[in-house]
Design a protein around this ligand. Structure first.
Ligand code: NAD
Length: 487
C-alpha cells in the first residue's frame, strides 16, 4: 500500500508545491516510514505570505468577541477529536497514548480557550495632559511565525497560535520535520471552526524553511521552541528586520529534596520529571539534589519503583508508560551521554541500555536510567540530554545547594520538596529559573506564564502577559487647543 503524502496547508486548504520535494516521517516505535510530506518551496512560501496578509486584513478587523466565538469552536472540535489527534501524536512522537490522550490535546485546547476568553478583555488607556489628552490602542502585530519542536507538536502549535490569533494576528506555523501532522490537523480544525483562510497557514520542512521564516521581512514576530543553539541562530536572523522574538529553549533543571521532604512524593516528582514522555520534556529535573540524610531512602525507593513500575512497549497500548525516543539518531545521542556518564565516574544504578519490548521490538527505546555519585562537573550533569537519564547528587546545606543549582547557563525550571513552607519559598526565590514548583513538578496550566531565565529563553508563553506580547501599543495624542508654533 502506498503511503500518504501531505501537503502544506495554505489559505484554508492543502497546497501542492512546485519542486515536488518531499521528506518522510518515521514512527519511532516501529522504525518504519509512515507518510511523506511536501517541503514548502519558494512557490508555497510566497503563497503563505500572500495568504497570511489577506487573512490578517480580515481577522484583525473582526471584533475580539467574534474571534473568541470562532476560536472556541476550534477548542470544541479539538476536544471532540481528542482520541484521533492523540493517536496522530503517538505515531509521530513515539510517546505513550496514556499521556497523549489526557495531556497533549487537552493542554493545547486549554490554551486556545484561555486566550479566546482573554481576547475581548484587552483595553487601551486614556489620560488627560493639560487640555489635550492621549489614548492608547492595543493593535495586532501582523503576521507571526511559530516554529515548533518535536516533543509536544500539537500542543506547541496550539500554544503559539492561541495567543497570536486571539490578539488578531495571522500565524504561519512550521512544525518540526520529525512530527509534521498535528499542525495540519489543527489547521483543518481552525478552518472548520470558521477561522478565515490565511489566518493559520502551515509550512513544512527543516532548518531551511525555518530560516526563511526568520528572515522574511513581512513577518513581525517569531515564537520559537527548540534547542538553545538553534534559538541563537533564530534570534540572529530575526534581527535582520528587528522581529520580536519569543524563545522557549532547553533546560538542565534542578529538583531539590530537603531532609524534611515527603520522600515518596519527591520520588514521584523525580520520576515524572525524568521519565515522562521518555525524558523528552524541556522542563525536566535532570539534576536531582537530595539531602544526605534522606539520600539512601530516596535512592532505594527510586530504584525499586523504576525497576518495577515502568512498562515500555507499543505506545498505542494504554498500559505502556514509557515510549520510544524520537529517532535512531537521538537514541544514539542519549546513549553517548550515558557512556560519558560511566566514563566520567558516575555510578549507573539502573538502565543505561536500549530496550526491545515484545510489542515494539524495533522502536528507539532507552531504559529509564539513574546515575548516582554524580558531581557538578560531569557532562551528564551539565548538558541537556533530552532522554530518560537522571543524575542524583547529594548535598548538605541550603546555601550550598542553591549555589550549585544555579551554577548553569540554563534556567528553565526548578523544584523544591520540603514541608517547611518558609524554607521552600526562600529557596525558590533564590533559584534562577522561570518555572518553579514547590512539592509538585511539571504542571503547566494555561493561566501560568512559562519561560526561561538565562539561556533557556526570552519572553513567556501562556498567562496574561503573553497576549500582550502579540500586540503593540499605539499612542494617539489629541490636540484640543490650537498649536503654539514659533514658525
Ligand atoms: P531544534 O532546535 O533542533 O528544532 C526546533 C525547530 O527549529 C524545528 O522545527 C527545526 O526544523 C527548526 N530549525 C532548525 N534549525 C533552524 C534554523 N536555523 N532556523 C529556524 N528554524 C530552525 O529542537 P528539537 O530537537 O526539535 O527540540 C528539542 C529541544 O527543544 C530541546 O532542547 C528542548 O529543551 C526544547 N524545548 C523547549 C521547550 C520550552 O518550552 N522551553 C519546549 C519543548 C522543547
Amino acid at each position: 500500500m502506498s503511503l500518504p503524502t501531505y501537503q502544506n496547508y495554505i489559505h484554508g486548504k492543502a497546497l501542492a508545491n512546485k519542486s515536488r520535494e518531499t521528506f518522510s516521517v518515521t514512527n519511532p516505535a516501529t522504525g518504519k516510514v509512515i507518510y511523506h510530506v511536501e517541503v514548502a518551496d519558494e512557490f508555497v512560501q510566497k503563497q503563505a505570505i500572500e495568504s497570511a496578509k489577506a487573512g490578517f486584513e480580515k481577522w484583525s478587523t473582526m471584533t475580539p468577541i467574534e474571534r473568541t466565538r470562532i476560536l472556541n469552536k476550534a477548542v470544541a472540535l479539538l476536544r471532540e477529536r481528542n482520541d484521533e489527534l492523540a493517536t496522530v501524536e503517538v505515531l509521530d512522537t513515539g510517546k505513550p497514548i496514556q499521556e497523549a490522550n489526557c495531556v497533549d490535546v487537552e493542554t493545547g485546547a486549554d490554551v486556545i480557550e484561555y486566550f479566546a476568553g482573554l481576547a475581548p478583555t484587552q483595553l487601551g488607556t486614556q489620560q488627560q495632559v493639560g487640555s489635550d489628552f492621549f489614548y492608547t490602542r492595543k493593535e495586532a502585530l501582523g503576521i507571526c511565525a511559530g516554529i515548533g519542536a518535536w516533543n509536544y507538536p500539537l500542543q506547541i502549535a496550539c500554544w503559539k497560535s492561541g495567543p497570536a490569533l486571539a490578539a488578531g494576528n495571522a500565524c504561519i506555523f512550521k512544525p518540526s520535520e520529525e512530527t509534521p501532522l498535528g499542525a495540519i490537523k489543527l489547521a483543518e480544525i481552525f478552518t472548520e471552526a470558521g477561522v478565515p483562510d490565511g489566518v493559520f497557514n502551515v509550512v513544512q520542512g527543516a532548518a531551511e524553511v525555518g530560516q526563511w521564516l526568520t528572515t522574511n521581512p513581512d513577518i513581525e514576530k517569531v515564537s520559537f521552541t527548540g534547542e538553545v543553539s538553534t534559538g541563537k541562530k533564530v534570534m540572529q536572523s530575526a534581527a535582520s528586520n528587528l522581529k520580536d522574538v519569543t524563545m522557549e529553549l532547553g533546560g538542565k533543571s534542578p529538583l531539590i529534596v530537603f531532609d524534611d521532604a515527603n520522600v515518596s512524593q519527591a520520588v514521584s516528582a523525580a520520576m515524572l520529571g525524568n521519565f515522562y514522555t521518555q525524558g523528552e520534556v524541556c522542563t525536566n529535573c535532570t539534576r536531582v539534589f537530595v539531602h544526605r540524610s534522606v539520600y539512601q531512602s530516596f535512592v532505594d525507593e527510586l530504584i525499586s519503583r523504576t525497576n518495577s513500575n515502568i512498562i515500555a512497549g507499543d505506545p498505542l497500548d494504554p498500559e505502556v508508560n514509557l515510549g520510544a525516543l524520537i529517532s535512531e539518531n537521538h537514541r544514539n545521542l542519549v546513549l553517548s551521554y550515558i557512556e560519558k556518564g560511566k566514563q566520567e565516574g558516575a555510578t549507573l544504578l539502573t538502565g543505561g541500555h536500549t530496550l526491545s519490548p515484545e510489542s515494539a521490538p524495533n522502536g528507539f527505546f532507552v531504559a529509564p536510567t539513574v546515575f548516582t555519585d554524580c558531581t557538578d562537573d560531569m557532562t551528564i550533569v551539565k548538558e541537556e540530554i533530552f532522554g530518560p537519564v537522571m543524575s542524583v547528587l547529594v548535598f548538605d546545606d541550603e546555601q550550598e545547594v542553591i549555589s550549585r543549582a544555579n551554577d548553569t547557563v540554563l534556567g528553565l525550571a526548578a523544584g523544591v520538596f520540603s514541608q517547611n513552607i518558609q524554607r521552600a519559598h526562600r529557596v525558590i526565590h533564590q533559584l534562577k529559573a522561570g518555572i518553579c514548583w514547590i512539592n509538585s513538578y511539571g504542571n503547566s496550566p494555561a493561566e501560568m506564564p512559562v519561560g526561561g531565565y538565562k539561556q533557556s529563553g526570552v519572553g513567556r508563553e501562556n498567562g496574561v502577559e503573553t497576549l500582550n506580547s502579540y500586540t503593540q501599543t499605539k499612542s494617539v495624542y489629541v490636540g484640543m487647543t490650537d498649536i503654539e508654533s514659533p514658525f
